[in-house]
Design a protein around this ligand. Structure first.
Ligand SMILES: [Mg+2]
Length: 252
């Protein structure tokens, strides 16, 4: 059942997670469906929020840009490790260097590769500053056990962290996250002095939701993996509400 906000504050800004929130999951991250209608929706919402709309995603920046081309939006990519602000400037997290990440994640990469070799349909994605193991397409419906994850944690260097999402396990640089990315946007125009609305579906979104709730904003969850004050059952229900917000009579 949907529990959507009855009204939107007159001066708001919008932060949107991508996979599982705006678009439905696909077995392979590259095969998600981004329709012309969705691009039109994002462009119209950006106008309605006077440019104060950002995507906050675990995807790499170039990856999300490719999916929403020709749009180019403010984006927090790789769960906040990389951020492109509203002026188009790209900022890399202080703890992030591709060379250091590659060196410190070597053992994790070996572990991930072992599972890829053993389990048909499991996929390793190298995002440069993060490594993701996707098992949405696993033919045997394989997922890592609690012991597997504990073993990964035990070999994780202190500068890296493990995030367990929806049928994905990811290793990334510790430090910046979706919450710090949202804080950074809220300190800059055109997001500053607006009431933040955050919409996400997964554990990595919980940090951004904490920030938004602390700052008197509106948090909305999609699906049943995380809690928030408002809730949509799936991306399709969210897109329906956003369409009403973008093209209906309500003004953001
Ligand atoms: Mg998501």
């Amino acid at each position: 059942m949907s529990v959507c906000p009855e009204s939107i504050p007159p001066k708001a800004c919008l932060f949107l997670d991508f996979d599982g929130t705006l678009v439905d999951f696909a077995p392979d991250p590259q095969s998600v469906l981004v329709t012309p209608d969705l691009l039109c929706l994002l462009a119209t919402l950006t106008q309605r929020f006077e440019g104060a709309l950002a995507l906050v995603t675990g995807r790499a920046l170039g990856d999300v840009d490719g999916l929403i081309r020709p749009l180019q939006l403010p984006v927090a990519a790789l769960h906040g490790t990389v951020r492109r602000d509203a002026k188009g400037t790209t900022l890399i997290g202080t703890n992030a260097s591709i060379g250091e990440f590659a060196a410190s994640s070597r053992r994790i990469r070996e572990h991930f590769q072992y599972w890829v070799d053993q389990q048909p349909g499991v996929m390793l994605e190298d995002k440069g500053l993060a490594l993701a193991l996707h098992f949405r397409g696993a033919r045997s419906r394989w997922t890592p056990t609690r012991d597997d994850l504990a073993e990964l944690e035990s070999i994780l260097p202190p500068e890296l962290e493990l995030i367990c999402g929806a049928l994905v396990v990811e290793v990334r640089c510790r430090g910046d996250d979706k919450g710090t990315a949202v804080e950074a946007f809220l300190n800059e125009a055109p997001f500053r002095d607006r009431v933040p609305i955050y919409i996400g579906d997964d554990v990595a979104d919980a940090r951004a939701i904490e920030v938004v709730e602390r700052r008197g904003g509106i948090a909305i969850a999609v699906g049943d993996r995380i809690d928030a004050r408002f809730h949509f059952p799936d991306p399709s229900a969210l897109r329906h509400w956003l369409t009403h917000l973008a093209f209906g009579r309500e003004s953001p």
